[in-house]
Write a protein that binds this ligand. Structure first.
Ligand code: PLP
Length: 442
């Protein structure tokens, strides 16, 4: 990659500008980016990084995937804006038709927004319009976005600091977090977390249930994979109470789990399915797709977005899906299987690795303090400080960008472009191994 197109820009100069002119909520910015290709990110000082986080799980087809770039340029030469409400256009029409084909079961009609949080909020409005009910239930430790409606659903106070909605019709149920299960107390899975939904509906709601919103694998929560049967039971309870099941595929979708959708690992077809992140390989786009009967509850003008369904983003999305279907999702499945076994070896090797888990190329490594009790004494204490140091060592010594997150801030997140080669994946696992060894006793 060439570095000569902005010779005066350095990492320090970009960071200084951010410091001066951008609100400090961006402050965790750690690798300034000047160019990116495939699984490689380059900064302004000429350093190259192996990216195993994809800009938080977005560039699923690889940074600047050639076919996506081409499709984007072609649309730029035609027209850049045509609000879908005023000007129906071909890229949105084609993408909607494609989503009918690739989404599960009888999901049929889509609405296009600009981001994940917008897709979630639109899905809630649609559920309310269709059911005529108001109340919504989500999971503790969930993440659904940062605008006020999605923030109300998000079951994590870390995102709400002094900004939480004061009035809402949202209740939360316990998450299906086997490693730290609040209900099974370290014993065999009782599936009481699914049954908790029944309890919460009975105790927290007035019985006016519009929707239950879940992630099939909880991303920001710490790559939490529910036990088999959980999602099916959650859907059953939701439908028994006349609510709709909204499955948030914003992070799990577009091949991330080794299937096109996270729900494909379960025997469930959502009623409404929000999507974003990987949808257009980096161009801003969100969508939600619903069964026809549900979708038709939106009458003309009920919901609208000036930029939503931007033709350039839609063209990029169509090219992205084509590429994903052309072997990339399959690669995610194959590499993910290999990664699972490698991470299990790390769990056996280090007592600071409490748990490893995930599906496809959405895998987490939970770091702990083996000598201290965790919340309610179910598992050892989460070790966020260690995770932070491992992440920094990976970045500064190994030139690898890996996610650090989870509800307790102690989960290393592997979410690389789904095009990643075995060689690069091996390099990232070895680097994680070396980084844990290097910082664990400091
Ligand atoms: N839902 C899930 C499951 C997510 O992981 C995210 C973002 O991380 C969102 C919603 C919000 O998406 P956005 O940041 O595009 O608003």
């Amino acid at each position: 990659m060439s570095q000569d197109y902005k010779p005066t820009v350095t990492n320090a100069s970009v960071q200084e500008q951010f410091e001066e002119y951008v609100m400090p909520t961006w402050k965790s910015l750690n690798v300034p980016i000047s160019r990116a290709e495939g699984c490689t990110v380059e900064d302004f000082d000429g350093n190259e990084y192996l990216d195993v986080f994809s800009g938080i799980s977005v560039t699923n087809a690889g940074h600047r995937k050639e076919e996506v770039v081409e499709a984007t340029k072609e649309q730029l030469d035609e027209f850049i804006h045509g609000c879908t409400y005023l000007h129906p256009h071909q890229p949105a029409a084609d993408l909607a038709e494609k989503l009918e084909a690739v989404t599960p079961g009888d999901l049929k009609k889509s609405f296009f927004a600009n981001s994940g949080t917008e897709a979630v909020e639109g899905a809630i409005k649609l559920a309310r319009k269709y059911t005529g009910s108001k109340e919504v239930i989500a999971l503790e430790m969930s993440f659904h976005g940062r605008t006020l409606g999605s923030l109300a659903l998000t079951g994590n106070k870390a995102y709400k600091n002094d900004m939480a909605p004061t009035i809402n019709d949202v209740a939360h149920v316990v998450p299906p977090y086997s490693y730290r299960c609040q209900l099974c107390d370290g014993g065999p899975c009782s599936m009481d977390c699914a049954e908790d939904l029944e309890r919460v509906i009975e105790t927290h709601t007035s019985g006016d249930l519009a929707a239950v919103v879940v992630e099939p694998v909880m991303g920001e929560g710490g790559i939490i994979v529910p036990p088999g049967g959980w999602l099916e039971r959650v859907q059953e309870i939701t439908h028994n109470h006349d609510g709709l099941l909204i499955v948030d595929e914003i992070q799990t979708g577009y091949g991330r789990t080794g299937e096109m959708w996270g729900v494909n690992h379960f025997d469930v077809v959502p009623d409404i399915m929000p999507q974003a992140k990987g949808i257009a390989n980096g161009l801003p786009l969100g969508a939600f797709t619903a069964r026809e009967e549900v979708a038709n509850a939106f009458e003309s003008g009920d919901h609208l977005s000036t930029f939503g369904g931007n033709p350039v983003a839609c063209a990029a999305a169509l090219a992205t899906i084509e590429q994903l279907e052309n072997g990339i999702v399959e690669n995610a499945g194959e590499q993910g299987e290999w990664l699972t076994s490698q991470l299990a070896d790390l769990e056996a090797k280090y007592d600071v690795v409490g748990d490893t888990r995930g599906l496809g190329l959405m895998q987490g490594v939970e770091l702990i303090d083996p000598d201290a009790d965790g919340p309610r004494g179910v598992a050892p204490a989460p070790n966020a400080d260690l995770a932070k140091r491992v992440g920094k060592h990976l970045r500064t010594e190994e030139n690898i960008i890996m996610g650090v997150g989870g509800f307790h801030g102690n989960v290393m997140r592997f979410q690389p472009p789904l095009t990643i080669s075995r060689e690069d994946l091996k390099r990232s696992v070895e680097a994680l191994d070396e980084s844990i060894a290097a910082v664990v006793d400091i």
